[in-house]
Design a protein around this ligand. Structure first.
Ligand SMILES: [Zn+2]
Length: 321
């Protein structure tokens, strides 16, 4: 069975020094490179352009440092274009297919590189298919999960521009207040590319979805991508030990399926390796070629063959058909 991974920070990893052409051998530290993905059944990814100020080499001061943020985004876009020229990946500008060779839909995680609403059509022409207004710390467009704050007037304009260009809204990392603003103003489909359930985790972090937020996503026709970071899966996560299991993954998926009233609106948004080492991935799920363990867990929990295909690829395909 082939897979679509709804959240993979491929360009971000290269910007932060990863050699994408070399297989990852330090299993405790990393698991994503081109050969690693090729070893797996992941055929299509949503590859991010992930930027944020201050920390790391993204190269801009803050969200108002508009031109530098644009450049930081273009730098990551150019990585996908280079990989495409080399024949390593195909950028899917429309539809969402499973091909023999790896392909990507471009996902913007944090919209600082969009200088203003007028930029959105250009980004769409470059392959942008889905976008979140902010990473954790907020942007001039929206409050992030770590900072709080509303959708701004500029953010509302960008949301409308996404709708006009057919860019799908990604709600992961929005503050609760901005999530509400997005639901109020968005006309198109809302997804959460890599988010889990706040109810299942039993904490109050705005990084995770409230039940009412999950329902709003499902009502828009959207999909939630399961994030595989232990900290977002296990109620008992501790940085000193690996505690999440396939059972934790299944619990989040089943909770969302209950809220949706079906098994066709939850999928994978692994975030494999995106800013956290593989030791913080669940047992038996340390690498994209371990995904069959997750499918097996869902099967044991009552997923029929067609439900499994939806989780692995069909649900995402439906959003981007
Ligand atoms: Zn993220």
């Amino acid at each position: 069975m082939k897979w679509i991974d709804g959240h993979l920070d491929l360009a971000y990893l290269e910007v932060h020094g990863r050699n994408l052409y070399e297989e990852c051998c330090a299993a405790e530290e990393k698991c994503i490179s081109l050969p690693d993905i090729e070893q797996s059944h992941v055929a299509t990814i949503f590859g991010t352009i992930c930027t944020y100020p201050k920390k790391g080499p993204c190269g801009y001061v803050d969200s108002t440092d508009v031109d530098a943020a644009f450049q930081a985004g273009v730098e990551q876009l150019e990585i996908y274009k280079r990989l495409e020229r080399e024949g390593n990946i195909r950028i899917q500008h429309s539809g969402c297919t499973l091909d023999e060779t790896l392909s990507t839909l471009i996902l913007m995680e944090g919209s600082d590189p969009i200088r203003n609403a007028g930029d959105v059509a250009w980004w769409r022409s470059q392959g942008l298919r889905l976008a979140g207004l902010t990473w954790a710390i907020g942007t001039r467009y929206a409050g992030g999960n770590a900072t709080g704050g509303p959708l701004t007037d500029e953010g509302i304009d960008v949301v409308s521009a996404f709708d006009e260009s057919g860019v799908v809204h990604d709600a992961s990392h929005l503050s609760d207040e901005s999530f509400e603003g997005l639901v109020q103003h968005a006309k198109g489909v809302i997804v959460a590319s890599h988010s889990n359930s706040r109810t299942v985790l039993g904490n109050d972090s705005e990084r995770h979805l409230l039940d009412e937020q999950a329902k709003a996503i499902f009502e828009s026709g959207g999909v939630i991508g399961l994030n595989l970071c232990n900290q977002f899966l296990s109620k008992t996560f501790s940085k000193t030990q690996t505690t999440a299991t396939i059972a934790d993954c299944v619990e989040h998926v089943l909770h969302f399926c209950n809220l949706a009233g079906n098994k066709r609106q939850v999928a994978l948004g692994s975030d494999f390796d995106g800013g956290f080492p593989t030791k913080f991935l669940p047992t038996n799920l340390k690498h994209p070629n371990h995904l069959h363990h997750l499918a097996e867990g869902l099967k044991q929990a009552g997923f029929e063959e067609e439900d499994l295909e939806s989780f692995a690829f069909g649900a995402w395909q439906k959003v981007f058909a």
